[in-house]
Structure formats: C-alpha cells, structure tokens
Design a protein around this ligand. Sequence first.
Ligand SMILES: [Zn+2]
Length: 300
Amino acid sequence: MKNIIFVTMLLFVPLLSKADLNIFACEPEWAALAQELGGDNVKASSATNALQDPHYIQARPSLISRVGRADLIVCSGAQLEIGWLPMLLRKGNNPEVMPGGPGFIEASRYVKRLDVLLSSDRSQGDVHPLGNPHIQTNPHNILLVAKVMADRMAQLDADNAQIYQQGLVDFSQRWMNAITGWEERATSLRGKRVIAHHLSWIYLENWLGLEEVATLEPIAGIPPTAGHLGSLLNRFGNHEGADFIIRAPFQSAKPSKWLSERTGIPAVLLPLTVGGTEQASDLFKWFDDILDRLLNAEDS
Ligand SMILES: [Zn+2]
C-alpha cells in the first residue's frame, strides 16, 4: 500500500508543483519573503542557511546549477556576498539573472544603508565599504524589499502578476500589524547598550533604539582576539556600560561567554535570519524570537 501511495505521489508531483518562478536567494530571509509573496507560484531556496556566515561560503557546483536554473536572484548585496556570488554568477552562465537586469535584486539598494564609509581599505578588515549589508534585522527594510520583489515577480511572470500584487497586499497588512506589536513590546529596550560580536545588528539597533557600544571583533570581519577581549573586560568589567552581548548562531560562543562570565553582562544568541533558532521558523516568528530573547535577557 505504501508503495502504491508513493508511486501515485510521484506521478502527481509535476501537476502539484506548478511553481512558475524559480527564485534563488543568497540569504534565507529573502527566500522566506519570496515564498510569502508568491506562495505556490514560486519555488524559492537560499544559497546559505541560517547557521552559516553569509560572508563566507563555498561556491559549490550545486549552487552553480541552481543559479543556472534561476529566474530571479535576490541577495542583500553591498558586497556581503563578494567572496562567492560573482563566481556563482560567472559559472552559472545565466544571462537572465545578471546584476543590473530584471532577474537580479540587490536588496540593500532599496533601503537606507547605514555606515556607508567615504573611503575604505579591505586590509582593514571586512568593513563593508558600501554600507552595512545586514539590512534584514529592521522589519521596515523587509517591507521595502517586499515591494521590489513583488513588482519584479509580476514583471517576470506576467501571467500571475495579480497574484504577486495581492500577495504583497496581504503580506504588508500582516507585517505592519506585526511591526506595531513588536514596537510596543520593545519599548523597554530603548537605550539599552549592546556589545555585538560583529556589526550584524545595526539595523535592529537603529529600529529599536539600542546603542552599540563595542564589538567583540577588533576590526569588522576579524575574529575576537585575547588582547581585544582583555580591553573590553577593562572597559566593561564592572557590569556598567553595556546591557547585552549579542552574537549570531554561526559565531563562536566562546568570546561572548568569556566576557559575560567576567562582567555579568548577559550573553544573548539572536537569530540573524529565519531558521537561526528553533523558534524562528518563519519571518514573523523570527522577529518574535529576537524580542523574546532580548526581553528575557533584560529580566535576568
Ligand atoms: Zn558583515
């Protein structure tokens, strides 16, 4: 019986999966957003998962072939993926998804980028010379990108344009309601001071009125050193001057733990994207979980 069901399922797969748009996202939040907007009409997947550092992944052959099949690529950009995306695009050999064309969205172009430097030198570390690319931690940015994405999906798959525009209307409504709830919950966080592992959270901080007072990395992109942690201990040793030490799941827990144990400042793991924690299972639950974790740490 099991076999019959299995074979029957196989036969119907092509009929059931009527996905018209194949979307390749560089980061999980954009794949999740594409799926929210397009539902069954899109097949969205992400090059990186939430437990990987999006700055550094291998340009594997499977990723190259996915780029080759994609109708639309969505990436944060601002050089976040500079170490691997150019090679994927080159080897994927798909003219439909080249930057500058309708098949490519650089999400960070459509938000107000923070920390844009006037000049930079990559020998100074991964300083994000075009501005900080970790735009996804402000939900208002997600909405700005959603509008661009829905327009582009409608353009590329005109037969279903109405579905994408309706998807945007539905999502916008639910998302704006959720933002109102998050902002109400987060009022007590305003003014709290953050030591971040990497500059991954400045859009979240900007949104919630948190203040970043230091990073565990001595220079952006350079792992924490004993010398730098020692200087942070001197600076924050009396538990004054900072309220949270924040890291993403793919960043080593050791530096946070080391400093937290010696200063009493709570170390908090936050999901940097959908799937970063068990609780952050979709876009909405991801921000719910960020707030849960910050508010819990505040109470502890
Ligand atoms: Zn970064």
